[in-house]
Design a protein. Structure first.
Length: 404
């Protein structure tokens, strides 16, 4: 792609030497970005069709978000939760309103929101449901889930790469096939405190469940007095054409886990959002984070909620997503085996004879389009929602070239 001894080569070599090898990135070295485009250190432009795993839903350096960040940098950035700030209350009030819930627990990364959701569910189980003392609470999760990479979260992953060598694992989880409500019903017992699911599984390859699945999960959770926790960290905040992926099925979970785009592509902002009868189980000292809910994060999060309240990006994702899916589906039989997803979120299974997802992604990067493989020969298209129809056409044309 580039001549040897370019600035990019030098930076990649230095990165390989000094940065832990827990990722295997494409050889593109970003120097700046705007909207849906990334420019590398050699001045080459790439259409970003990953959007930092949906953390950049509103585009790189969205002007309103950047203006908020600048203004807040000049006011106050961090006080910890030892004191109040004038940014935390308006942010949490707005986010609770967007979710139709009573309260917010602000955190930073997605994995922290998941960990926090698990703690809240266990505490709710102990304090409200009475799963305490000799009774051991269990939480039901789905096969092929991805909720992050902390010790507890990988304990219920079935991805061997994420797990192997990192034991001992946290007990208290049961995994059932995603999309199988009967299996879920059989797994629930008197000590089940929560069901934790991605409404559409992202890292598994953008897997959309059968239409009756989430409504049945909702009904089961209500019947059995179990919390339904929706991990909308990747699927939420306009990515699928609705504010939450659960909205496609008219389902309201008890607990939303949010992250990624909540930080506007600027700063990690995550949250657990639920009603008072759930989040009210937390008392001072039982959970916390030095950075969670800091003024800079809160100001940015409040602006992100304001953008979502206008609905513009939900509409763009729905309309342009239909276009993206139509264009990708038309490649079926020409190197594409299947296309799944909702809105501007597509999982594309490429004929393995044409290479792994990683190899196809490399060839696309050479043509100026950045995508990421999920597993095997599956690619994910998840561009910033500011992308235009012409840019989608351009990206899919490059993809068609790579496939031929
Ligand atoms: C559904 C889901 N949950 C949780 C996470 C973890 O988020 P983070 O990487 O910010 O810890 C991810 C990240 O990809 C995710 O897709």
């Amino acid at each position: 792609m580039t001549a040897m001894h370019t600035m990019a080569d030098a930076l990649i070599a230095t990165e390989n030497r000094y940065v832990a090898h827990n990722y295997a990135p494409l050889p593109v070295v970003a120097a700046s970005a705007q909207g849906a485009w990334i420019t590398d250190v050699e001045g080459r432009r790439y259409l970003d069709c990953l959007a930092a795993y949906s953390a950049v839903n509103f585009g790189h350096r969205h002007p309103e978000i950047i203006a908020t960040a600048h203004a807040q940098l000049d006011a106050v950035t961090l006080v910890s939760r030892a004191f109040h700030s004038d940014q935390l209350a308006p942010f949490c009030e707005a986010l609770a309103g967007l979710c139709g819930k009573d309260m917010v627990l602000p955190m930073n990364s997605g994995a922290e929101a998941v960990e926090s959701g698990i703690k809240v569910a266990r505490k709710w189980g102990a304090d409200v449901k009475g799963v305490d003392g000799p009774r051991i609470p269990n939480i039901i999760v789905a096969h092929n889930n991805f909720h992050g990479r902390t010790t507890t979260i990988i304990s219920f992953s079935d991805d061997d790469t994420a797990r192997r060598g990192f034991g001992p694992y946290t007990p208290g989880f049961r995994s059932v096939p995603f999309g199988d409500a009967d299996a879920l019903a059989r797994a629930i017992d008197d000590d089940t405190v929560a069901v934790l699911l991605e409404p559409i599984q992202g890292e598994a390859g953008i897997i959309v469940p059968p239409d009756d699945y989430l409504p049945r999960v909702r009904a089961l959770c209500t019947e059995r007095n179990v919390l339904m926790i929706a991990d909308e960290i990747q699927s939420g905040l306009a990515r699928t054409g609705r504010t939450f992926a659960c909205d496609h099925w008219g389902v309201v979970p008890d607990v939303y886990l949010l992250g990624k785009a909540l930080g506007g592509g600027v700063i990690p902002v995550s949250a657990v959002v639920a009603d008072r009868d759930v989040l009210g189980v937390l008392h001072p000292g039982e959970h916390g984070s030095t950075f969670g809910g800091n003024p800079l994060a809160s100001a940015i999060g409040r602006t992100v909620v304001g953008i979502l309240e206008r609905g513009e990006f939900q509409r763009r994702s729905a309309e342009l997503g239909a276009h993206l899916h139509a264009r990708l589906t038309a490649l079926t039989g020409n190197g594409v085996l299947a296309v799944r997803g909702r809105g501007l979120w597509a999982g594309v299974d490429v004929d393995p004879a044409l290479g792994t997802g990683k190899q196809v992604g490399l060839r696309l990067a050479e043509r100026g389009v950045l995508v990421k493989d999920t597993h095997g020969s599956t690619l994910r298209f998840a561009p910033p929602l500011v992308i235009t129809a012409d840019e989608i056409d351009w990206a899919v044309d490059r993809f068609a070239e790579v496939l031929s």
